[in-house]
Design a protein around this ligand. Structure first.
Ligand code: CP
Ligand code: NVA
Length: 322
């Protein structure tokens, strides 16, 4: 049985950024999750160790956010540091200043950057041209911070990373990163999506490569029932992601058979948990009875964004011992 709280690292954590989960070894992911559990436990005991005293996190947002913004900002304050909220439309980046210049300037002033934006390549360019840690707070392609919180939540409820997770819906940023996270930690995952809405092929290949090491079975199907059958966890996300508002109505037509509802969850294991990264659209991808029902753990999952990201910030931004 995995004792995540007392997890003993195989190697020293040596990542500089969190750009994509596929860059991390299973050991590094477990280190993040273990520290997240410790920080969570300490916080519940009233302890807020100032592990990032005086550190400054710049947070660039070119898309909306509730959870990501609040959890990073609250998280760095709790660790003794401070955050700067930089809206894409207020900073010069929004008026065409290159990402490379932004990276160089911020690197001379702050200790880390969290960015939520459209293009994955912009996140990677920030890391390439800057000299400080960069954290991916969601792109069109990936959402690694979300998946760290999801894995933590799964562990808290199931006590391990074995079993089966079903993802029902769009093969989007959350689905992509979830495939990688499950592949890395050995959790079986079956993703059911409509034809034409499959996860990204390159990300899936990276996830399958990780799964070949961990033993996880990753399956892509168009049959939601196949995915839900005997699942320990069932997960869904919105049918139209940020930036897809114009095509949302057209897109929805393909998704009506992919709602997580009472009929579909009746196929899951009796003690299944329901996960959703939020924000949710009740009556679309999930019924109110399921998201507000007794199997739903979506608010624990949302809370775990805070603990998981505090762990990420500590591991990336804390001064290394000389
Ligand atoms: N799940 C998530 O990333 O939520 P926000 O869009 O509110 O940050
Ligand atoms: N797939 C969603 C996730 C929101 C947290 C989006 O990109 O809008």
């Amino acid at each position: 049985m995995l004792d995540l709280l007392n997890y003993k690292p195989e190697k020293e954590f040596s990542q500089k950024h969190l750009l994509r989960l596929s860059d991390y070894t299973p050991d590094e992911i477990l280190q993040v999750l273990s520290l997240a559990l410790k920080l969570k436990k300490q916080m519940k005991e009233g302890l807020r160790p100032p592990l990032l005293a005086g550190k400054i996190l710049a947070m660039i947002f070119t898309k909306s956010s509730t959870r990501t913004r609040v959890s990073f900002e609250a998280g760095i304050y709790q660790l003794g540091g401070t955050a700067q909220f930089l809206s894409g439309s207020d900073i010069q980046l929004g008026r065409g200043e290159p990402i490379s210049d932004t990276a160089k300037v911020l690197s001379r002033m702050v200790d880390g950057i969290m960015i939520r934006t459209f293009k994955q390549s912009d996140v990677e360019d920030l890391a390439k041209f800057g000299t400080i840690p960069v954290i991916n707070g969601l792109t069109d392609l990936l959402h690694p911070c979300q998946i760290l919180a999801d894995l933590l939540t799964y562990y808290e409820y199931k006590g391990s990373f074995s079993g089966k997770l079903a993802f029902i819906g769009d093969g989007n940023n959350v689905a992509n990163s979830l495939l990688v996270g499950c592949g890395k930690l050995g959790l079986d995952m079956t993703l059911a999506c409509p034809e034409g809405f499959e996860p990204d092929a390159e990300v899936l290949a990276a996830a399958q490569e990780a799964a070949a090491q961990s033993g996880a079975k990753l399956i892509i199907t168009h049959d939601p029932k196949e995915a839900a059958e005997n699942a320990d966890a069932i997960y869904t996300d919105v049918w139209a992601s940020m930036g897809q508002e114009a095509e949302a109505q057209e897109k929805y037509k393909h998704f009506t058979a992919y709602q997580v509802n009472e009929e579909l969850t009746s196929l899951c294991r009796k003690d299944y948990i329901f996960l959703h990264c939020l924000p949710a659209h009740r009556g679309e991808e999930v019924t109110p009875g399921i998201i507000d029902g007794s199997h739903s753990v979506v608010f624990d999952e949302a809370e775990n964004r805070l603990h998981a990201q505090k762990a990420v910030m500590v591991l990336l931004m804390q001064d290394k011992k000389p």
